[in-house]
Design a protein. Structure first.
Length: 149
């Protein structure tokens, strides 16, 4: 705090000894020491309070930035959920419209005609494996037995 050299300290001590006197000088020095200690503690407390206020302000800024980020994330997630729900609704309506087209019971033919029965296969339409039936099993020729003479 004060930049006082050894010579200045000696001058102050001699002046204090002369002004205060040798009987009261120890008591005054002790009192000044206590006051100086209180002053240092007070200055340290003020510094600590200022540091706490600065840290509190930084924490408030950090908290607000985290809250802003969380709100942004939440809005993005909600937008994606809404997009997925609209796509699902659209797909469901398309599936229902396709089901109406493919279901003859729901889509009655005004002429009242029945669908044509499947025709017999021709050379142009190949047979499906389920229409052919099981494949014939071919048995392996029997092995000739060896005779011992």
């Amino acid at each position: 705090m004060f930049d006082v050299g050894f010579t200045e300290m000696m001058v102050i001590a001699v002046v204090a000894l002369i002004v205060i006197g040798p009987e009261r000088l120890p008591r005054v020095a002790r009192t000044l020491g206590h006051l100086f200690g209180r002053l240092q503690r007070y200055v340290n407390d003020v510094k600590a309070d200022i540091n706490r206020e600065i840290e509190l302000e930084e924490l408030k800024k950090f908290k607000s930035s985290i809250e802003d980020t969380a709100r942004g994330f939440e809005s993005t997630v909600n937008a994606e959920i809404n997009a997925v729900q609209s796509e699902a609704t659209k797909a469901q309506s398309e599936l229902e419209s396709l089901a109406k087209i493919e279901d003859p019971a729901k889509n009655e033919d005004p002429a009242g005609s029945q669908p044509a029965p499947p025709s017999a296969p021709t050379a142009e339409t190949p047979l499906m494996p389920s229409e052919i039936g099981p494949e014939p099993r071919s048995e392996a020729p029997a092995k000739p037995e060896k005779t011992t003479a």
